[in-house]
Design a protein. Structure first.
Lengths: 775, 194
C-alpha cells in the first residue's frame, strides 16, 4: 500500500473530472441529444449513396405536422383550423404554416409553365392525339359548354386548344373542396379542415418537442371543449411522445433511486455513504456522457436510458466498500480497499468484457450504449478506488445496523433451507424454467420502439383514411447518371407501378417524371401536335367552328411555330412546382441524379419490393428493414452474450480454478435462465433490448458470486452489501417495468427477474467458509 | 379573436337570412320539392368568339345527391356535382371554390344557403321575383362578379357575369317535381358514390 497515497489518488481523480467538466461545459451547450428514431439506422447497412438519399428524404418529412380539425359544419371546422393556426403562429415553433391555399398564387406560379404548353402534354392528351386527334375537339367542346368551364374559357384566347388547362388539371386531380381557401374533407357527415405545418427545427430538439406536445394537447383540449375535434400526426409527434415517455421513465428511476438512498441512510446512519454513492453515480454518468459525446458527436436518448441503467452495476463497488466497514472492529479505509480491490476489479473486468461485446455489431445504438456504459463503469470504479479512501477517512460506523442482523440470518439459513429441500426444489425449478423457455417467442418489430399512445395511433390512422398521406418510410429511390437517364429509369418504374395499381397493390403513386417530360419527350410532344393538329388542318376547322376570326387562327399558328425549339429544364419546372412535388427531387451531384417515387395505401409490399430489379431503382422500406435488422442483431447479441459468459468463465477459471469458476458463474447463468423463462411465462416482449438486461444480470450476478466467494469470514457484511445492491438495482432499473414503451418495460422486467434470482442464489456460493466466520 | 369573428359572422348571417323579408317572400312562392327535373338552354358569351356557344339539355336536382347536368347538343356530355365532388366522363376534378354548393343551391332554390355565400338584393312582385347575388367569398369574387336569378314559383333564368367579361345565361323550361329518380338517373348519380 506504500505506493497508494489517498491524497494523490484523489487529486488525480479530481483533475480528471475537472478536465471533463471543462470539455463538457462547451459540449453540453451544443446540440448533443438525438431523439429521432430513424437515427438508429446503421449507416453500413446501405450503400452510402442510398443512405444519403434516405437521409435527405427523412429530413424533408421529419419536421411536418398534419392536423385536421373536425366539426359538424365546414365553416365551424375552418374556424377551429384558424384558431389552431393562430396558436401555432404564437408558439414560434413553426416556420411555415399552411391553412389557406392561395389558388391565385398557385395559378400564377403555374403560369410560368404556360409558355411550354406545346411541350408539356399530359398522358391523356398524348393518348388522344396518338389514337384519334378528332376526339380532342369533342372533349374541348364538352369543357367549354360545361356550366363550370369558366377557367378554361378564360384562357381560350391564348390557348384555344386548352392544352394548358388539360395539363394543369391532370396535375391536380383529387376530390378536395376548397372553402374560404381551406382544404375541407367530408366524411360521414363531419367536415375536416386541413392544416399543415413545418417545424422551424427539423432536428427535433427536446425542448421544442415538449413544447409541441403541450401545444397540441392544449389546442385539442380547447377545441374539444367547444365540441370540435382535432386529429394530428407526423413524425415529430411520434418522436415527441417517445422522448416524453423516456423522460418520464428517467424520472421514475430517480424516484426509485431516492428510496434506495433512504435505505442507505437508514443502514449506515451517516450521510457520507449516501453522498459518496450519489457522487459516484453522478461522476460516472457525467464522464460517460461527456466522453461519449466527444466520440460520437451526438448521442441518442435511448443510449441515455440503457447506458445509465448499465452503469448501475457501478454502485455495487461503492456499497461493497461501505458494507465492508461492518466486517471488523479495526476497519480503516485503506484496509477496506485492500480487501475489496480484487473483487471489484475482477467484477469491472467481467462487466467490461460483457458490455464491450455489445459494440461488436455495426449498429450505432449498440455501439453508443457499449461505449457509454464502459466509460461509465471505469469511472465508477476509478471513483471508488481513487476518491473514496480519502473521503472515507475516519468513517467507522459504531452501530450494528438492523439490516446487518437480518441479512446475516438470511444468508445463514436460506442456503441451508435450499440445500435441505433440493430433492423437490430442483425438479420444480428445472421444469418451471424449461416450460417457460419453450414459451419464449421473439418479437422484433421496430414499431415497438415507439411509445405512441393508442390515441396518437388512432388519429394517425384516421388521417390516413381521410387524406392520401404518403407512406413515410416506404418509397422508391430512382437514380440515373444524368437527368435524361434518371427520367428513363423513373418512367420505366412508373409504367410498372401503373400495372400494379390496377391490380390493387396500392392506391396511388407519384413521381416527378409524370409531370416533367425530358427534352426528347418534349420534342416528341411538339411534333405530335404539329402532325396531328396544326398541319392536318384540324386547328383551323376547330377554331373557325367555335367562332374565332381568321386573325386569331393565324396568331395561334404563329405562336405554335415560334415555340418549336423551346424546351423546359427540370430545374425550371421544379421552380414552379409546389412543395409536395419538390420533395420528390433529391438532386444531382457529379455523376448521379436521384428522386423518390412515393406511394399511398400500400396493400402488397412483396410485389412492390420486386420492382428493385429495374435499372436504377431501389426499394426502401425502413420499418421492415429495421425490424429485420433487430432480428439479426438479436441473434448476434445472443451469441455475444454466450461468448461473454465464456470469456468471464475463462477469466474466473484462471484466477480461482475451474470448479470455483463454475460455482460463481452458475449464479448469473441460473438468473438468466429464470429471467428468460419468466418472459415466456408472462408472455413478455423478447427482443434485442432484453439482451441488454441480461448483460446487466451477468455483470451483477457474477458480482454477487465473486463477493460471496471471496467473503470467507466476512459473509455477513457481504450479505448486507449484496442485499443493498439488489434492492437499489430493483428500485431503479426494475422500476422500468412500469414503462409504457414496450422495450423499456421488457428491460425492467428482465432485470427484476434476473436480479431477484441472483440475490436468492448468491449465498449458496462460498459456503465452505461458513464455519470459520466470526460474527 | 378569429374564432369570435367567425362566430359573430355566423350569427349575423344567420340573422340576416332569418329576418330578410325578401328571401322569405320568394321562399314562400317557390315550390318546395326534393327533386327538380327540367330542360335548359345555355347561352355562353365569350369575348374572344364572334358567336355565342349555345347548348341545350336536361338537368335533374336531387336534394340528397346533387345535380346531374346532361348536355344533349351540340356535344352530348354528362356533368355531376355534389357538395364535395365534380365528376365528368373525362375524370374527376376538384370542385371550384364554393361552386358545388352554389350551383346546387341555385337549382334547389335553397335561399338560406345562398345567403351565406352572397350579398343579396332584389325585388319580389305578386307572381315574379328577381335577385342579384354578389359573392362574399374572396376566391369566388375573383372569378364571378355577379349573378342574377329570376323566376316565379320556379327558377326560370340564371345569369352569370364573370370578371373577365364572359357571361352565361341559362333558361329553364318544362320544370317538374317527380317523386323519385328514374333508373337511368340513378345510374348517372352512381358515378358520385365512392
Amino acid at each position: 500500500m506504500r505506493i497508494y497515497h489517498p491524497r494523490i489518488a484523489a487529486f488525480v481523480w479530481l483533475a480528471g473530472l475537472l478536465a471533463l467538466g471543462i470539455a463538457g461545459s462547451r459540449m453540453l451547450t451544443a446540440d448533443w441529444l438525438e431523439t429521432g428514431f430513424l437515427a438508429l439506422l446503421p449507416a453500413t447497412e446501405q450503400q452510402p449513396e442510398i443512405a444519403k438519399a434516405v437521409r435527405q428524404h427523412n429530413e424533408l418529412i421529419n419536421g411536418k405536422v398534419i392536423c385536421l380539425t373536425g366539426a359538424g359544419s365546414a365553416s365551424q371546422a375552418i374556424a377551429y383550423a384558424h384558431q389552431l393556426r393562430q396558436r401555432f403562429e404564437q408558439s414560434g415553433l413553426f416556420t411555415d404554416i399552411r391553412l389557406q391555399v392561395d389558388q391565385q398564387d398557385f395559378a400564377e406560379r403555374y403560369q410560368q409553365l404556360f409558355a411550354y404548353r406545346y411541350q408539356l402534354l399530359d398522358a391523356q392528351t398524348r393518348g388522344i392525339l396518338l389514337a384519334q386527334p378528332e376526339a380532342l375537339i369533342g372533349r374541348n367542346l364538352e369543357m367549354l359548354y360545361s356550366p363550370v368551364g369558366q377557367l378554361e374559357a378564360a384562357n381560350l384566347e391564348r390557348d384555344p386548344l386548352l392544352l394548358f388547362s388539360r395539363y394543369f388539371n391532370a396535375q391536380n386531380p383529387g376530390r378536395f373542396t376548397l372553402e374560404q381557401g381551406v382544404v375541407v374533407v367530408q366524411d360521414d357527415g363531419r367536415f375536416w379542415a386541413l392544416l399543415i405545418a413545418g417545424l422551424a427545427d427539423n432536428k427535433l430538439h427536446l425542448d421544442n418537442l415538449d413544447g409541441l406536445r403541450e401545444l397540441l394537447n392544449d389546442a385539442k383540449g380547447q377545441i374539444e371543449a367547444a365540441d370540435g375535434e382535432l386529429l394530428a400526426t407526423g413524425m415529430p409527434l411520434f418522436t415527441a411522445e417517445g422522448s416524453h415517455s423516456a423522460q418520464r421513465e428517467i424520472a421514475i428511476v430517480s424516484i426509485g433511486s431516492t428510496i434506495g438512498i433512504l435505505l442507505l441512510l437508514l443502514t449506515f446512519r451517516s450521510a457520507r455513504p449516501l453522498l459518496l454513492s450519489c457522487l459516484g453515480i453522478a461522476a460516472s454518468t457525467f464522464a460517460a456522457l461527456i466522453v461519449s459525446i466527444m466520440v460520437f458527436g451526438k448521442i441518442h436518448i435511448l443510449t441515455l436510458v440503457f447506458g445509465a441503467s448499465l452503469i448501475g452495476v457501478g454502485i455495487d463497488y461503492a456499497l461493497h466498500y461501505f458494507c465492508n466497514s461492518f466486517s471488523s472492529a479495526d476497519w480503516t479505509p485503506a484496509k477496506g480497499l485492500q480487501y475489496i480491490l480484487l473483487g471489484i476489479t475482477l467484477d469491472l473486468a467481467t462487466s467490461l468484457i460483457s458490455y464491450a461485446s455489445l459494440g461488436v455489431p455495426p449498429f450505432p445504438l449498440l455501439r453508443e450504449i457499449a461505449f457509454f456504459s464502459v466509460v461509465g463503469l471505469v469511472s465508477a470504479w476509478a471513483t471508488v478506488v481513487l476518491l473514496f479512501p480519502l473521503l472515507l477517512t475516519g468513517f467507522k460506523p459504531t452501530h450494528k445496523p438492523a439490516m446487518l442482523g437480518l441479512t446475516n440470518y438470511w444468508q445463514q439459513h436460506w442456503p441451508a433451507w435450499l440445500l435441505r429441500n433440493r430433492i423437490w426444489l430442483a425438479p420444480i425449478a428445472v421444469t418451471g424454467i424449461t416450460v417457460g423457455l419453450l414459451q419464449l417467442t421473439p418479437r422484433d418489430d421496430v414499431r415497438l420502439l415507439q411509445s405512441a399512445s393508442a390515441e396518437r395511433l388512432a388519429a394517425d390512422q384516421k388521417i390516413r383514411q381521410l387524406l392520401p398521406v404518403k407512406a413515410d418510410s416506404q418509397f422508391f429511390l430512382v437514380a440515373g447518371k444524368d437527368p435524361q437517364d434518371w427520367h428513363r429509369n423513373e418512367q420505366a418504374l412508373l409504367m410498372r407501378l401503373e400495372t400494379l395499381k390496377q391490380q390493387g397493390a396500392m392506391e396511388a403513386y407519384d413521381g416527378l417524371s409524370r409531370y416533367w417530360p425530358d427534352p426528347d419527350t418534349q420534342r416528341d410532344n411538339y411534333n405530335l401536335l404539329k402532325r396531328a393538329v396544326y398541319e392536318a388542318g384540324l386547328l383551323k376547322r376547330y377554331m373557325a367552328e367555335l367562332g374565332f376570326d381568321e386573325q386569331a387562327i393565324a396568331e395561334e399558328q404563329q405562336r405554335f411555330n415560334a415555340a418549336e425549339n423551346s424546351s423546359i429544364s427540370l430545374a425550371e419546372w421544379l421552380d414552379s412546382a409546389d412543395e409536395a412535388r419538390k420533395m420528390h427531387w433529391l438532386g444531382c451531384d457529379a455523376d448521379r441524379c436521384v428522386s423518390t417515387v412515393s406511394l399511398n395505401g400500400i396493400k402488397d409490399l412483396a410485389a412492390l419490393a420486386q420492382l428493385q430489379d429495374l435499372q436504377g431503382v431501389r426499394w426502401v422500406d425502413q420499418a421492415t428493414q429495421l425490424s429485420s435488422l433487430f432480428e439479426r442483431y438479436r441473434a448476434s447479441a445472443s451469441l455475444l452474450l454466450i461468448a461473454a459468459y465464456g470469456i468471464v468463465l475463462i477469466g474466473l477459471g484462471l484466477k480461482f480454478g475451474w470448479r470455483n469458476a463454475l460455482t460463481i458463474i452458475s449464479v448469473p447463468v441460473f438468473a438468466t435462465a429464470v429471467s428468460l423463462s419468466m418472459l415466456g411465462w408472462f408472455d413478455q416482449l423478447f427482443s434485442l433490448f432484453n439482451l441488454f438486461a441480461l448483460l446487466l444480470v451477468l455483470g451483477i450476478g457474477v458480482d454477487y458470486g465473486i463477493f460471496f466467494f471471496l467473503a470467507e469470514d466476512k459473509r455477513s457484511s457481504t450479505a448486507l452489501a449484496v442485499t443493498l445492491s439488489a434492492i437499489t438495482t430493483l428500485l431503479s432499473f426494475g422500476l422500468l417495468a412500469v414503462s409504457s414503451t414496450a422495450i423499456v418495460h421488457a428491460f425492467g422486467f428482465t432485470v427484476a427477474a434476473g436480479i431477484l434470482t441472483a440475490l436468492l442464489l448468491a449465498p449458496l456460493v462460498g459456503r465452505h467458509g461458513a464455519g470459520k466466520q466470526t460474527e | 379573436m378569429i374564432y369570435l369573428k367567425a362566430l359573430m359572422l355566423f350569427l349575423l348571417t344567420a340573422n340576416v337570412c332569418m329576418a330578410d323579408e325578401l328571401l322569405d317572400q320568394i321562399h314562400a312562392r317557390l315550390t318546395k320539392a326534393a327533386i327538380t327535373r327540367g330542360a335548359f338552354e345555355q347561352t355562353k358569351q365569350l369575348k374572344v368568339l364572334r358567336k355565342p356557344l349555345i347548348s341545350t339539355g336536361t338537368f335533374i336536382y336531387d336534394k340528397s345527391r346533387g345535380v346531374a347536368w346532361k348536355t344533349l347538343s351540340p356535344v352530348p356530355s354528362l356533368l355531376l356535382i355534389s357538395d364535395t365532388r365534380l365528376w365528368t366522363a373525362q375524370g374527376e376534378q376538384p370542385v371550384p371554390a364554393a361552386f358545388g354548393k352554389v350551383f346546387q343551391a341555385m337549382l334547389g332554390a335553397d335561399l338560406a344557403q345562398l345567403a351565406t355565400a352572397f350579398d343579396i338584393t332584389g325585388s319580389a312582385r305578386k307572381t315574379s321575383w328577381q335577385v342579384r347575388l354578389v359573392p362574399k367569398d374572396e376566391m369566388l369574387k375573383k372569378v364571378i362578379s355577379r349573378m342574377q336569378l329570376s323566376g316565379d314559383q320556379e327558377l326560370r333564368v340564371l345569369e352569370i357575369f364573370e370578371t373577365n367579361g364572359n357571361s352565361s345565361m341559362l333558361h329553364f323550361q318544362n320544370i317538374s317535381h317527380p317523386d323519385r329518380l328514374t333508373a337511368g338517373e340513378e345510374a348517372d348519380f352512381a358515378h358520385l358514390s365512392p
